[in-house]
Write a protein that binds this ligand. Structure first.
Ligand code: ADP
Length: 545
């Protein structure tokens, strides 16, 4: 546009300059020619009056002094006098002569190509029926013009430069954007301006409205706990909250109007989006950096047309993990129950068949009794774990003297300790703590029981309980068999028992420490273990005050 305008202005200007120059030259030529003819006529008149007084041409000095050529010709065309030459040609055929004899005057000009000169003639009929002709040769006016060409070109060049400069300025001015501020200068634009202004106000209001809605929407989406992405029909992201960026992409990248594949390119997401665009909901599970997300992809419909897709990403790691734990727990429970039941049923079957010798009956009955006790213990523990699992808030809290609890438990376990000659040393502060009496008993019973169970003959158990500034610390330390380093992180898992050979030697369900861990958590406390194989272990509980 700008180029075209510029070219047009420059074209018109150059055309004008050249045409003007040509016209001026032509006018100048015409004036020059007329001027020449007029001068010759004047000279003719002067010579005519001189001749009328004196017919002796040679004696008329004026005829000799003039720079013009003066000839006198009779009706036959013979030259009677010529002030410049002695060679006389017949002039009867010269147009100016013919015209002079016919009308009294005549003029003409002739151009000599060889000399590149133009000769102007003027002829006047005298009273004696002869004709006086005055002629003047001027350098070819074209050659004069030719001489001026460099100047003319120079001037044209200067003018063209000025024209270019002005055209450029003018073009800029013409194509300068019409803003509402300068548009008032153009009357023709006034109706448009008022329309545009109205539109602008309307758009501004709409924009404000839209911005408010966007802000409201982003405040809502930022405050929801899940990741949220909204796509338009081209699968471009038109809204994304930080949570979704954190899960699927990078926080500092602007994903707006980028394709969804810039955020996540899994096949599942792609096909779920396609399903959503076909008008149906889709759902899948996404595992990313040890987390498990449920991804819900739903269509957004307007006037029963799908105009976008919303993707909701929910962090369900905990849910999936607890489901996994529950599944494992059920499998373990079935397995653990099966072992004692199989023995009980085996021994009972033998007794029932009457094939057992008299002396073995008591031993068999004892085995059945022990396995039943194990079974009852196992079932009790399963119930405890399940209770702690399901009913976190249903435990009653009351003020309990921890020292009393520990002393009572050690008393109950004293016989067991005596069998192995294990000494229990207590260092207990009198601390009253608001807790679940039942759960706190379970915690200490399991830990002290383990410290005896997994101890060595003539071993020691040190139990201390002290009140610090912000918490209570209870340590149960033994000089027992210790725990393998790689097993330490697993001993709190349900049904985990460190070594199978031990499990057959030392009875247990593998649920004790799981109950302890749950119980400590219930009170907002922590439990840690330090242990060395064949040296002993220390369980340290911290309960908040
Ligand atoms: P269990 O019924 O087998 O005692 P627990 O959950 O109480 O189940 O303990 C899990 C495992 O942790 C035990 O099988 C044992 O291997 C190990 N363990 C627990 N306490 C001690 C301890 N004081 N000394 C050595 N090993 C221990």
């Amino acid at each position: 546009m700008r180029k075209r305008i510029f070219k047009s202005i420059v074209g018109v200007t150059i055309f004008s300059i050249v045409t003007l120059n040509l016209l001026i030259t032509l006018i100048f030529l015409n004036i020059f020619s007329n001027e020449q003819t007029k001068n010759l006529e004047l000279e003719c008149q002067i010579f005519k009056s001189a001749i009328s007084d004196n017919s002796n041409y040679n004696s008329i000095s004026a005829l000799h002094q003039t720079s013009s050529r003066v000839s006198i010709i009779n009706i036959s065309g013979d030259v009677l006098f010529d002030n410049k030459t002695k060679i006389f040609e017949n002039h009867a055929d010269r147009p100016e002569i013919i015209s002079a004899f016919e009308t009294g005057r005549g003029s003409s000009k002739r151009f000599s190509q060889t000399l590149s000169e133009t000769t102007y003639y003027y002829a006047l009929k005298l009273d004696d029926s002869t004709v006086i002709r005055v002629s003047n040769t001027s350098n070819n006016v074209f050659s004069s013009i030719f001489d001026t060409i460099p100047y003319v070109i120079g001037i044209i060049f200067v003018f063209i430069i000025i024209a270019l400069y002005l055209s450029n300025k003018l073009t800029k001015k013409i194509v300068a954007p019409i803003t509402l501020e300068n548009a008032y200068m153009y009357d023709e634009l006034l109706p448009f301006i008022s329309k545009i202004e109205k539109q602008q106000t309307y758009i501004e209001r709409q924009k404000l409205n839209h911005n408010q809605k966007v802000e409201e929407f982003s405040t809502i989406t930022e405050n929801i706990a899940d990741g949220l992405v909204v796509l338009n029909t081209k699968s471009q992201i038109i809204s994304i909250n930080n949570k979704a960026k954190n899960i699927l992409g990078k926080k500092n990248i602007d994903y707006i109007y980028k394709d969804i594949i810039s955020l996540n390119r899994t096949e599942q997401l792609k096909s779920s989006i396609n399903t959503a665009f076909s008008g149906q909901n889709a759902e899948f599970v996404l595992e990313l950096s040890s987390k498990i997300f449920s991804v819900l992809v739903s269509p957004i419909t307007f006037n029963s047309e799908v105009c976008g897709v919303v993707i909701l990403i929910m962090d369900n790691t905990k849910k999936f993990e607890s489901e996994k734990l529950r599944r494992e727990f059920s499998a373990n429970v079935s397995h653990e129950l099966k072992t004692p039941l199989t023995s009980i049923s085996g021994y009972s079957e033998l007794l029932k068949s009457g094939m057992v010798q008299e002396k073995d009956i008591v031993r068999f009955a004892e085995n059945i009794y022990d396995e039943s006790a194990n079974l009852i213990n196992l079932i009790e523990n399963i119930i405890k774990v399940s209770r702690l699992d399901e009913a976190q808030n249903s435990f009653e809290f009351s003020d309990v003297n921890l020292k009393d609890v520990i002393i009572s438990i050690t008393n109950r376990l004293q016989n067991k300790a005596n069998i192995q000659n294990i000494s229990i040393k207590l260092d207990l502060e009198d601390i009253v703590y608001n807790c679940s009496d039942h759960v706190i008993n379970e915690i200490f019973y399991n830990l002290i029981d383990n410290s005896i169970k997994y101890n060595i003959k003539d071993g020691f158990v040190d139990i201390s309980c002290e009140k610090l500034e912000n918490n209570i610390q209870i340590s149960i330390k033994d000089t027992g068999i210790g725990i393998n380093e790689n097993a330490i992180s697993r001993i709190f898992e349900r049904f985990y028992r460190e070594d199978l050979s031990h499990s057959s030697e030392i009875s247990g369900t593998g649920l004790g420490l799981a109950i302890v861990k749950h119980g400590v958590n219930l009170h907002g406390g922590t439990i840690s273990v330090s242990s060395k194989k064949n040296k002993g272990s220390e369980f340290l509980i911290t309960l908040p005050l």
